[in-house]
Design a protein around this ligand. Structure first.
Ligand code: CA
Length: 226
């Protein structure tokens, strides 16, 4: 999943970023609260991991400002300030979980899984549909006209992003940032290659065609009959 991690300690930041990347997550990092808030408001993340003690804007303040605009992105606090009152304050502000430092990396992974599972308990959220194409987030399955399509993990993320934004044109840069993280080389044609493979699976044997190229702009997924 795509995660934003806000942490001012460079050693912790790099250690956690690398660990999460190795477990298949795409991680954007921010070194202070102001940068963190800016990224959180301008990108869509499946989870935000926040240190409490941060320069510019502390984690509590960041969360309070984020919740004015975005009430749904799960937030996990990660902090040495494991005192009960801090924990309560974070949860009252709308954090989903709180992990006191020091912690074992395996525990962080378990909390991340728990947070994402809880979010999927809302049945409204776990099946995306465009025409006869269905993406089931809980079962991690994609079907078209009742037939199961075999997608790679990247193709699944790409399709999920397109379906969540059905009808909107997504630029290559937006797709790149969302699926591969914002530091990725945007001049590469990796997106076009992934789109071509995805299109073959989603559209080749079916009608109508849902995945469209918008020349000079990017891609869109929509039901032409809707
Ligand atoms: Ca800190």
């Amino acid at each position: 999943m795509k995660i934003l991690y806000v942490e001012d300690d460079p050693t912790a930041r790099e250690y956690i970023r690398r660990g999460l990347t190795e477990h298949g997550h795409v991680v954007d990092v921010a070194e202070d609260g102001a940068i963190g808030l800016e990224l959180a408001l301008s990108h869509s993340y499946a989870l935000i991991i926040l240190d409490v003690g941060l320069p510019e804007l502390d984690g509590f303040e960041l969360l309070a400002r984020l919740r004015e605009h975005d009430t749904s992105t799960p937030v996990l606090f990660l902090s040495a300030r494991g005192e009960v009152q801090d924990r309560v304050r974070g949860l009252n502000l709308g954090a989903d979980d709180y992990l006191p430092k020091p912690f074992a990396f395996a525990e962080l992974l378990a909390r991340i899984q728990a947070v994402s599972r809880r979010r999927l308990d809302d049945p409204e959220d776990f099946v995306l549909r465009v025409a006869d194409l269905e993406l089931d987030l809980k079962a991690h399955l994609v079907r078209r006209a009742g037939r199961t399509l075999e997608l790679t993990a990247k193709q699944f993320s790409l399709l999920e992003y397109l379906m969540r934004n059905a009808g909107q044109v997504l630029s290559r840069t937006m797709i790149m940032e969302h699926i591969w993280g914002y530091s990725f080389d945007t001049y590469s044609n990796v997106i076009d290659v992934h789109i071509a493979h995805l299109r073959k699976k989603v559209d080749r044997d079916f009608s109508p065609k849902l995945l469209r190229t918008v020349k000079g702009v990017g891609y869109t997924l929509r039901d032409p009959d809707a």
